[in-house]
Design a protein around this ligand. Structure first.
Ligand code: ASP
Length: 451
């Protein structure tokens, strides 16, 4: 099979899975509200009551979707640990690690600050929350958001095994870097251990390949469940908020990142966009940068030509601390909630929103809906009612899906910029659009042929 055919295959199959999911999900939702009295559609089969909605949505879709997301999540901790240890230990120059850290963290923070500033300015101009009659909608039980000091302390593990068991990404990153540095300092023993890690890395990447082949089905289950349960809130202000966040997310993705990439590297940003499509589709369906991490990492290394020594560090770090899409939502949401409650935000408060939203994005875990919980921290900092989150929670899932795509696009953009500056980007791979097929599909075919 030619690589072009294979390319069309996986991406097309994922898209078909997604569209089929939307159609089936909406049909189920329609059937439930039309024939099932808004609750369920029960039909009698051989004298037994059969719940159509319950059977498909709560069983088939729920089980299929959860197994798929879990199987990707299962890879995250081993992948980050092994890949980062390999990457760091292969850095012969310890100064490179310091440079990598400095560059990537500053760029991640910069892109987030740009995102949230743009979001606040746009929200002040569009005024989505003005003349909003807040009534029964504003009911929200906030979970407690961690304080800033705690976010910093929590980066350092006291028990790395517990960090891995909890999937605490920042702690895993800190531990992996330390192991990697120690391995490169331990000379001969370090080299031997490193070889083992590299073999392990190959094996884990094979699992990514196998799971990606199942992505069309996984995406179908996830989207079908979502489309059959989603509740659309028709209020004008909410729609205004939704559209504003949505447009800003798109603009950040198609204007800010391409400009940064072009200015810093001279690379053609359209190629990056095209090569990101499988990862973007999965980020959209799963709403989780963490679950998408294996695909983002493989995209950076295999399609964008970023060397493992850079990608293994910047991609997991980005999936953990770089959430530009989330910061955009938080910027608009803060202004929206202030307007809805009739509060005028001062210049100092707006600057505080930029600062806290940027830091909140560092503390936001790459899993669905966490951005909304971290919004509580931003609101508290400027003294706005946290219950305001109740106004937007109903439509957050769709925005969460979109902002996750922006989040991972930012990770790849910064990764390419850092890699190019470190001469760790293979431009032949970056520019080769024939490579633009599903990740490691050749490997999968190879596996199938062998068995
Ligand atoms: N779902 C987002 C992500 O995983 C985080 C959030 O904004 O809730 O990137």
């Amino acid at each position: 099979m030619s690589s072009a055919t294979k390319k069309t295959n996986l991406t097309l199959r994922i898209l078909i899975g997604m569209c089929a999911g939307i159609i089936i999900g909406l049909i189920l939702q329609f059937m439930r509200s039309t024939f099932g009295d808004g609750k369920d559609l029960v039909i009698s089969l051989f004298g037994l009551d059969f719940s159509v909605y319950g059977f498909f949505v709560e069983n088939i879709f729920h089980i299929g979707g959860t197994i798929f997301v879990n199987s990707l999540k299962m890879l995250v901790v081993p992948l980050v640990f092994v890949s980062l240890v390999c990457g760091v230990s292969s850095l012969s120059d310890p100064k490179k690690l310091g440079r990598l850290g400095g560059k990537s963290v500053s760029l991640y923070l910069l892109t987030t600050a740009i995102a949230v500033t743009g979001a606040i300015v746009a929200a002040l101009l569009v005024k989505p929350g003005e003349k909003f009659d807040i009534g029964a909608d504003a009911v929200f039980e906030p979970k407690e958001a961690p304080g800033l000091a705690q976010v910093i302390i929590d980066m350092f593990p006291s028990n790395p095994i517990a960090s891995m068991a909890d999937g605490n990404m920042l702690q895993i990153i800190v531990f992996s870097i330390l192991v990697g540095i120690a391995m490169s300092l331990a000379k001969e023993s370090g080299t031997k251990v490193r070889q083992g890690f590299e073999f392990l890395n190959d094996v884990i990447m094979k699992i990514v390949t196998i799971i990606m082949e199942l992505a069309p089905y996984g995406v179908f289950f996830l989207i079908a469940k979502l489309a059959s349960t989603l509740e659309f809130n028709a209020f004008y202000n909410i729609a205004k908020y939704f559209i504003l966040v949505f447009i800003l997310l798109i603009l950040h993705g198609i204007i800010t990142y391409p400009i940064l990439l072009k200015v810093f590297t001279g690379l053609n940003p359209i190629k990056l966009m095209i090569k990101m499509k499988d990862a973007a589709l999965f980020a959209f369906s799963s709403s989780s940068s963490n679950a998408t991490l294996p695909i983002t990492l493989a995209t950076a290394e295999k399609k964008l030509g970023v060397d493992n020594s850079v990608a293994s560090f910047t991609i997991p770090l980005g999936a953990t601390i770089n959430m530009d899409g989330t910061a955009i939502m938080q910027g608009v949401a803060t202004v929206f909630i202030a307007q809805a409650y009739g509060v005028d935000l001062s210049m100092a408060q707006l600057l505080m929103v930029i600062l806290t939203a940027t830091l909140a994005s560092v503390g936001t875990a790459g899993v669905p809906g966490v951005g909304l919980i971290m919004l509580a921290m931003v609101l508290q900092q400027v003294g706005l009612p946290v219950e305001g989150i109740g106004l937007i929670i109903g439509i957050d899932r769709l925005l969460d899906m979109t902002r996750t795509v922006v989040n991972i696009t930012g990770d790849c953009t910064v990764t390419c910029i850092v890699a190019k500056s470190e001469k760790s980007l293979d431009e032949d791979i970056y520019n080769n659009m024939d490579l633009e097929d599903e990740i490691a599909s050749d490997e999968l075919q190879h596996l199938t042929e062998k068995s």
